[in-house]
Write a protein that binds this ligand. Structure first.
Ligand SMILES: *Cc1c(COP(=O)(O)O)cnc(C)c1O
Length: 394
């Protein structure tokens, strides 16, 4: 592929930061992870960050800490990566979906409200709703948060695409309108730790529970011990510093210090990356404006992180047009992609009873969308090649 759809940038500073950890006393469970957690939390304004070895793991520990279990229900959107839904299945909970808005391609709060009214009548409300900031654009969080307090569900923002974005001047990740926000540091995302993710929260007890689920369900906090008499003030507990207890069934979802060092180093370029992505997106907007495609619609209150630049072609009800244009662009060396196949149409989710036709907006989106190359190191010359190829392929 001459021009990929996304690509990380690793600088010599990033390399030095990782090498420094390699030469230090700790490769994992050392001092860089808490530094990375504080830096990300500091950037967003959230009180606490819990780093994990992926966003998928972070979603899982967030669901566990919010007590999601068998017979519970989690709702998310079909237009996302499968991990947003799979986290519920790991907990033995059921998944259902809320259709998307045809303009923003994010969760439709109108559809959410209608589905909640219906679910309340039937007596099966979700325990958790996971809105996804698709392509880097924040969801209508304040509206979702209002519905959360009315209907009593928890909210996990899947912000895997949107570190560096903001809504009404509020940084994504501040958790002003949610219980937990998740970031991904996979190489195609905005900043990378190679593999890695983080859960942000303003709730200390949620943060504590997430960090325990990240490390086997083990606690070293004397006030949480149940096998020893008394609490942290007990001299017996204070005298045996080797002591710990496994309170619940957790996992090894830790991030290593090597990964945290890369993430921390990359974080210093977050603002520059998001600005560059926005400049390139605006340039696409301008130069594709005359073509028969639907361009991204960014809400007035929103600054998108522009993880992805997606355009939609005309809906021919089969996806044949998009597939033809896709193949044509790939033949020309343009690394286009499709984000996303609606989650409910994957074979695994069909075995749970979902069918084509269940979420029409997401399905129409899924057969008309095409992701164009967008990453900070994309040059304007390369972008012009993409624009020319799209123009010819249509
Ligand atoms: C990338 C992504 C994830 C998973 O991230 P990992 O860090 O690879 O586990 C989850 N949700 C969405 C929306 C994503 O794009």
């Amino acid at each position: 592929m001459k021009i990929p759809y996304g690509r990380q940038e690793v600088t010599s500073d990033d390399v030095s930061a990782v090498v420094e950890v390699l030469n230090s006393d700790y490769l994992t469970q050392g001092p860089v992870i808490p530094r990375f957690e504080r830096a990300v939390a500091g950037h967003t304004g959230a009180k606490q960050g819990v780093a994990a070895n992926s966003a998928t793991s972070a979603l899982h520990i967030a669901c566990l800490a919010l007590d999601l279990g068998p017979n519970d229900l989690l709702w998310t959107v079909p237009n996302t990566f499968v991990a947003s839904a799979n986290c519920a299945r790991y907990c033995g909970a059921d998944v259902d979906f809320v259709d998307i808005d045809p303009l923003t391609w994010n969760l439709s709060t109108v559809a959410l409200e209608r589905k909640l009214e219906f679910a309340a009548q039937r007596g099966r409300l979700p325990k958790i709703v996971v809105p996804v900031h698709f392509s880097g654009q924040p969801t209508e969080q304040e509206r979702i948060w209002e519905l959360a307090s009315r209907y009593g569900f928890s909210v996990i923002e899947d912000a895997s695409h949107s570190i560096g974005a903001s809504r009404s001047m509020e940084a994504v990740g501040s958790c002003r309108w949610s219980d937990v926000t998740i970031f991904s540091f996979h190489p195609v995302k905005i900043v990378t730790s190679a593999e890695g993710g983080m859960a942000l929260t303003n709730d200390d007890s949620l943060a504590k529970r997430m960090s325990e689920f990240r490390t086997h369900g083990i606690t070293r906090d004397p006030s949480r011990f149940t096998n020893l008499p008394g609490d942290g003030a007990d001299p017996e507990a204070a005298d045996i510093p080797w002591y710990y207890e496994q309170q619940e069934l957790g996992y090894n979802y830790r991030m290593s210090d090597l990964h945290a060092a890369l993430g921390l180093s990359q974080l210093s370029r977050l603002t520059a990356y998001v600005e560059r992505r926005n400049r390139l997106a605006a340039r696409y907007d301008e130069r594709l404006a005359g073509l028969p495609v639907q361009l991204p619609t960014i809400g007035q209150e929103n600054v998108s992180a522009f993880h992805l630049y997606v355009v939609r072609l005309a809906d021919d009800a089969s996806g044949a047009l998009r597939n033809r244009v896709f193949r044509d662009l790939r033949r020309r060396g343009i690394g286009v992609n499709v984000h996303y196949i609606p989650v409910h149409l994957h074979p695994y989710y069909r075995t749970l009873g979902f069918r084509p036709g269940d979420f029409p907006e997401s399905e129409a989106y899924g057969r008309t969308a095409i992701t164009l190359p967008l990453f900070p190191a994309l040059t304007e010359e390369q972008q012009d090649l993409v624009i020319q190829a799209v123009t010819e392929a249509l």
